[in-house]
Design a protein around this ligand. Structure first.
Ligand code: SF4
Ligand code: SF4
Length: 115
């Protein structure tokens, strides 16, 4: 099976943490462990009126890409619950095409080599 992953358009991530919580609940994780974790980058002003400020959700080693859900044809729960619709699940080759279409995206393949 081709490796799958998550494409995250962090230009539109609001930093709401819903994906973190949905993932913890789906997998019964304790509150100090995460399958995905929001990284806050900034804010700082690097040039007049130009600010670096972004939230970037990063899957951890505990992300299994919601294998039980996707086996039933469902989306990973983080993708399902993201109200900003800034997360996409798919094959790495499909996601790589989307990655080339716009900046401020990150492609993660947490289970690469395990499938
Ligand atoms: S649920 Fe979506 S908008 Fe909210 S933090 Fe996660 S990726 Fe960002
Ligand atoms: S794909 Fe599933 S396991 Fe991975 S971060 Fe999203 S909710 Fe968690």
């Amino acid at each position: 099976m081709e490796a799958h992953g998550l494409l995250i358009d962090y230009e539109w991530c609001s930093g709401c943490h819903t994906c973190e919580t949905a993932c913890q609940m789906e997998h019964g994780m304790p509150k100090e462990q995460f399958g995905i974790k929001i990284s806050e980058v900034g804010p700082w002003e690097y040039a007049p009126e130009k600010w670096q400020y972004a939230y970037v959700p990063i899957p951890t080693d505990q992300c299994d890409l919601c294998a039980a859900r996707t086996a039933e044809g469902k989306l990973p729960t983080c993708v399902h619950h993201c109200q900003a619709k800034c997360m996409t699940y798919g094959s790495v080759s499909e996601l790589a095409k989307k990655l080339a279409e716009k900046p401020k995206q990150a492609l993660f393949c947490p289970t690469s080599g395990k499938e």
